[in-house]
Design a protein around this ligand. Structure first.
Ligand SMILES: Cc1ncc(COP(=O)(O)O)c(C=O)c1O
Length: 309
């Protein structure tokens, strides 16, 4: 089924598969004009989806919270994702599913009348920090000029495109010669950053914020793996001073896995090299991609989409 025109990626747009370079969104789609959208990203590693059901569960929860109604069933969405990967032939892929409010009909601003749209694409796997950077550990700045948007304004558990605060944090990090940013909330609690959750290993306890964040699938995976190793974990709010005094800090995301931090605001974390707990969990994370209950092999030869004719 693999077709070379799809080798840079394959998208599902307007009910058909197109090469990624030709995929286009209608310019009046409110997913684009209003950020009226939810999305999810699942990875394929070594030819296998990782935790696809967990991603679909989160996506389904979120389109329901957004009061959207997809044109495809959940099983059909799964098939589209599968086929995007199969057509691309990519063994390691970044697979995004997007549900938008859709295009206003006849100039109406009544969001209840819009026909919601589903898009998807598979492209080569994306690393927020690539393996070479991970080996060194990355420099992070804690943003001082922007807070994470309050959960009462934008629910961070509904994966969204409202990245204004995260992008401002990113530019602040660049101005301070850091690679990426961690944002605090208005009360000074650590939240998350552009595309990742945050973990701090402090005095024998692995901490990760409880609220004001996307409940990352990688975060949940790491908590489960840490607990299986007898590492004490606490899901709770903590502030910058706790983060700065951590023995180890790492970031988690579908796009990059477990990413060690070597410097926070210009100061070394630990001895400035990825710490032992971080490395242990990163190793377990990649091993877990072969677990039967968490992986689903892509069938690169199948023609699964009988429902689309
Ligand atoms: C804001 C934010 N936080 C956390 C994450 C990590 O979530 P996951 O582990 O499910 O990829 C993401 C992923 O894109 C994100 O956008």
């Amino acid at each position: 089924m693999t077709d070379s025109v799809f080798s840079r990626g394959c998208a599902w747009v307007n009910g058909e598969f197109v090469p990624i370079d030709q995929a286009a969104v209608p310019i009046t789609d409110t997913g684009f004009t209003r950020s009226d959208v939810t999305y999810d990203v699942v990875s394929v590693w070594n030819g296998k989806f990782f935790r696809l059901d967990a991603h679909l569960d989160r996506f389904e929860r979120n389109w329901n919270l957004m009061r959207m109604q997809p044109m495809l069933s959940r099983d059909e969405i799964r098939d589209v994702l599968h086929t995007c990967v199969a057509k691309s032939g990519l063994r390691d892929a970044y697979v995004e599913m997007i549900m938008t409010r859709g295009v206003p009909v006849g100039g109406s601003r009544d969001t209840r009348t819009f026909q919601n749209r589903f898009y998807a694409f598979a492209i080569p796997y994306v690393w927020i920090a690539n393996p070479a950077m991970q080996a060194e550990g990355i420099d992070v700045a804690v943003a001082t000029q922007v807070h994470r948007i309050p959960s009462t304004s934008v629910d961070p558990t509904v994966k969204n495109f409202q990245w204004g605060d995260l992008v401002r944090g990113l530019f602040e990090a660049y101005d301070r010669d850091a690679y990426t940013a961690i944002l605090l909330d208005a009360d000074g609690n650590v939240t998350e950053g552009p595309g990742f959750n945050v973990f701090a290993y402090c005095e024998g306890i692995l901490l990760t914020p409880q609220s004001g964040i996307l409940q990352g699938i990688t975060r949940a995976t790491i908590l489960e793996l840490a607990q299986s190793q007898g590492i004490a974990c606490a899901i709770q709010q903590f502030d910058l001073s706790r983060l700065a005094s951590a023995d180890e800090i790492f970031l988690t995301s579908t796009a990059g896995g477990v990413m060690p931090i070597s410097k926070l605001d210009g100061t070394m974390i630990g001895d400035g090299a990825p710490g032992p707990i971080t490395l242990q969990l990163r190793e377990l994370y990649w091993q877990a991609h072969d677990r039967a209950d968490w992986s689903l092999a892509v069938n690169y030869t199948s023609d699964k989409l009988e429902f689309i004719t």
